[in-house]
Design a protein around this ligand. Structure first.
Ligand SMILES: Cc1ncc(COP(=O)(O)O)c(C=O)c1O
Length: 470
């Protein structure tokens, strides 16, 4: 590191930034694994009252893009849920309990929708907390993809889409007896060495296939490169071309502010185990714009008055849900796309973590901190002059979320990751050569970032040395 750089990127500077950070108290709301936790192979007893570990003993956890950390409130709320189940049995579905911080189970999904709505920028009626991300993409496409081989039948997605999204699209196309060879259009980055896809390039592909495309599926933030796509511009262009637009918000939700309603997005789906911190595999969610989820009280003859969807009883009108008369009366809006009664265990966990977002004051202050934190990371990395890596995430702040993706020179990844693990750093790798680093503003500090950059420099030197010797 150069001397000049040490001044702007020093431990003292990091500590001063932490001291001045208005969200610094939120770190205490989370359980951060210690380095010892991560090296032990013994099962550790649950310590709900665990003390906050200090900077020396805690790991440097910058992996909220993969799995967010556990809020302290989660185990409290889950225990309350278990107590309700234990003491009330089936009554827990509908019997309100004085002083309980939990909703009755019959309304738990509504409470979760109410809490998530401001995070995605939508009225509650356009949001449902349900199922999981891949399943929700399938449900959305099942409802809104009506291909016509002599008209609109194509689905556009990126060539480096997350594998699950690729499989969803491919299988939906086969499901309609069509072939991906003719009905699936993939968008490549401009050159093979580039990870970023420009908005202009996406718009050009949309224009090229405008009259034959039925649906566009893109990620809000690309999982590999960390690129934040221009959701409003791309949505507007695709909709103008008559294309239904779905966004996969796995890496965007809880990371960047979203305005799905105002951006006129048709539909979107997300998971809640990354920046939303609801726990591994926890319940996901979806957004459906009001124009797509409406239910007409006076349908024209021969019309059911709503878009057909793969339905289940939880999407049917609450007041008649238990009459068991087999008449599907969809709840207007996104809630009408629900299928099963949701896992209350999951929803309790999600509601607990969304309460921490409320403590933060929502996405605007979080994004403010996130921009600064990621910029601090960028400054630190830029100071590692001549080291064998480069940042492939857009340098422009508006073009990224919390994550920076670092592309290493060939052959270094395994040794870099090995050394980072030894140093108590938790980040993840995406083969063949990328390390993803994501400071989450809810629980990461500037000091975490400073510690990471030092560890990363050490890991790069270690890996280069090993390559030289081999
Ligand atoms: C961009 C993206 N899409 C889809 C998925 C699949 O999510 P799930 O396993 O919850 O269906 C993931 C998982 O990490 C993802 O990152």
């Amino acid at each position: 590191m150069s001397n000049l750089h040490v001044d702007v990127f020093s431990m003292e500077h990091a500590a001063a930034l932490d001291a001045a950070c208005p969200l610094r108290h939120l770190r205490e709301q989370f359980l951060i694994p210690t380095k010892a936790d991560l090296t032990t192979t013994a099962f550790l007893e649950l310590e709900a009252e665990r003390q906050q570990s200090d900077d020396e003993s805690s790991s440097i956890y910058l992996c909220g893009n993969s799995l967010g950390l556990q809020p302290r409130l989660t185990s409290v709320r889950l225990q309350q849920y278990l107590t309700t189940w234990q003491t009330q049995g089936v009554y827990g579905h509908f019997k309100p309990l004085n002083q309980s911080p939990l909703p009755v189970w019959l309304h738990a999904d509504e409470e979760a929708a109410r809490r998530i709505a401001p995070i995605v920028g939508a009225p509650v009626s356009e949001v449902a907390v349900m199922e999981t991300l891949t399943a929700n993409l399938h449900f959305l496409i099942a409802a809104f993809y009506r291909p016509d081989i002599s008209g609109r039948h194509k689905i556009i997605l990126e060539s480096k889409a997350f594998p699950s999204d690729h499989y969803v699209v491919e299988s939906q196309i086969y499901h309609h007896n069509l072939s991906p060879a003719t009905s699936m259009i993939t968008i490549d980055p401009a050159t093979s060495s580039e990870a970023i896809i420009s908005t202009a390039h996406i718009l050009a592909i949309i224009a090229e296939h405008a009259s034959t495309t039925a649906l566009l599926l893109l990620p809000g933030i690309q999982f590999y490169s960390g690129q934040l796509l221009n959701i409003p511009t791309i949505t507007a262009a695709a909709r103008k071309a008559g294309i239904f637009v779905i966004w996969d918000l796995a890496h965007a939700v809880g990371n960047v502010p979203l305005q799905l309603h105002d951006w006129n997005v048709d539909a979107a789906a997300w998971c809640s185990y990354k920046y939303l911190n609801a726990g591994p595999g926890a319940i996901g969610g979806l957004f459906i714009h009001e124009r797509n989820g409406g239910v007409s009280p006076t349908p024209e003859s021969g019309d059911r008055g709503f878009t057909n969807r793969l339905s289940g009883w939880w999407g049917s009108d609450k007041s008649t849900r238990f009459t068991m008369d087999n008449k599907f009366v969809p709840i207007p809006g996104a809630a009408g796309f629900q299928l099963s009664n949701p896992s209350i265990l999951d929803i309790t966990s999600l509601n607990a973590s969304l309460q921490v977002f409320e403590m933060a004051g929502g996405m605007v202050p979080l994004r403010e901190k996130s921009l600064r934190l990621t910029e601090f990371l960028e400054t630190g990395l830029d100071g590692l002059d001549g080291k064998p890596f480069r940042i492939i995430t857009p340098r422009e702040k508006g073009g990224r979320g919390a994550q920076l993706s670092l592309r290493l020179e060939d052959g270094l990844l395994d040794d870099v990751m090995k050394r980072l693990v030894e140093l108590g750093v938790v980040v993840d790798e995406r083969r063949p050569d990328v390390v993803r680093v994501a400071p989450a503003p809810l629980y990461n500090s500037y000091t975490d970032v400073w510690r990471f950059v030092n560890a990363f420099e050490d890991a790069l030197d270690f890996a280069v040395e090993r390559t030289r010797k081999s």
